[in-house]
Design a protein around this ligand. Sequence first.
Ligand SMILES: CC(=O)SCCNC(=O)CCNC(=O)[C@H](O)C(C)(C)COP(=O)(O)OP(=O)(O)OC[C@H]1O[C@@H](n2cnc3c(N)ncnc32)[C@H](O)[C@@H]1OP(=O)(O)O
Ligand SMILES: CC(C)C(=O)C(=O)O
Length: 515
Amino acid sequence: MREKIHIFDTTLRDGEQSPGCSLNIQEKLKIAKRLELLRVDVIEAGFAIASPGDFASVKAIAETVKDCRVASLSRVLKKDIDAAWEAIKMAAAPRIHTFIATSDIHMQYKLKMSPDAVLQQAVDGVKYAKGFCNDVEFSAEDASRSNPEFLYRIFEAVIKAGATVINVPDTVGYTMPEEFFKLIKGIKENVSNIDKATISVHCHNDLGMAVANTIAAAKAGATQLECTINGIGERAGNAALEELVMTFHTRRDLYNYDLNIDTTQIYPTSRLVSKLTGVKVQPNKAIVGNNAFAHESGIHQHGVLANRETYEIMTPESVGLTQNKMVLGKHSGRHAFEDRLKDLGYQLPKVDIDKIFDDFKLLADKKKVVYDGDLEALVQNKNGVQKEVYKLKEFVINSGNLITATATIKLSKDGEEMTCASTGDGPVDAALKAVDNMIDDHFVLEEYSLNAVSEGKDAQGEVIVRISSNKTNRLYLGRGLSTDIVESSIKAYLNAINKLLNELEFHGEVKLNEK
Ligand SMILES: CC(=O)SCCNC(=O)CCNC(=O)[C@H](O)C(C)(C)COP(=O)(O)OP(=O)(O)OC[C@H]1O[C@@H](n2cnc3c(N)ncnc32)[C@H](O)[C@@H]1OP(=O)(O)O
Ligand SMILES: CC(C)C(=O)C(=O)O
């Protein structure tokens, strides 16, 4: 039997407590919808009493999200619990999450309350919350620095009062995995009614142990794990959801757990949270960092090209990325270099590759990363400087659902301008046909793809085309970038045609003007 693990996402509550991470209602709703797609079990939407804005956000999330439980945090105070309930009561599955600190230092200096008074207030708070909502989570803040005997007492009392989940936070990220394992085991063994509640943990990352501690707790019997996207949260943050989930996913041999999460939503969710909070993901961050699936060293690249499992313990696709990245730099080797050239449409004789590879290493010593454009320049350099034979001057498109698309294109070649109009099956087809009519050569459009390279309605569209020529038997790749997809299509097409013409000139097939 596989143990069911519930993922409690607190990006919108503890994550939002990171300095500078405050989100408005629209932003919180966007993230909540993403978390629903990610299929977390519980979304902690906020701390309803914190501000009118947070109240409204929690309420909006509760009214929108249907497939996850929605929780609001509250102190064990009636006014907090009232606000929490008021905000979440329309949720398909509401939860009140109430807490009070249980460590000596917090009780003495912060709350100025005796342990008995804290226990009584916790019980009263849970009972009061239970009057509204069947699902009540109780957290013993700073549990890992609390007296375990007191923890057993308070957990037993709140479960008796109706708590369905008892949460054990390592509030200040102080504990170590073996210690936390023992604490959870102690709770399981010493709280007489523990079978009536779910054990949850909530770990902070002050010593970089949040994920390790959470995993140790799961091993000891915790079945709800609290975490955040990208590990954001108070101070050094919380356990990162993506790291926990992918650990269980990748090491099934060690962890026989059943999770609801759709791992392919991890990467888009991470990017959305980073964009909306303004907190950048460090490049070497596990799972979602820019370098998590990137290879720069020749030995690694060679291994990955032969079999990606040589250096990848999970697939980029499993976390929602389309592919790994081969970054070309000074540590790269010939295998990756040649592979990239092929991908760009250059199938060159070995002597040429050897020459360009030497130039590439010289360039890589000067540049941190050698991009595709640099490679193309190196190839063209070998073939002589690339000439932009045909240039786009102007274009006009007439298109609509009731008329045939017409494109009028003005190009220049060697300073002379030419214009042609054509109809087509849509504006892109019409535009490329008009280009075909002006350029008298034998090539065929083999591939066409369009991708947004930035987000939003004004995203730049990058068109990539590959054309073939029966004169050279190879493919020529062209790229074009613009906020107008017809313009990026024309530019990409001309870019590929110009490459073909340069190559034909190199082989003496055509003569191009020097201009
Ligand atoms: C470990 C955690 O992450 S806990 C969650 C932390 N998150 C937040 O604090 C974010 C939202 N917080 C807020 O907006 C505000 O702090 C509020 C609205 C909750 C309270 O604001 P204020 O009333 O101005 O109080 P303030 O924050 O200055 O002090 C906290 C008060 O709550 C009391 N308190 C703290 N925790 C608890 C608790 N769990 N139960 C009951 N009382 C508590 C403190 O003793 C203090 O009481 P006092 O005002 O009588 O001295
Ligand atoms: C309120 C609790 C769960 C908390 O955030 C913490 O202790 O860190």
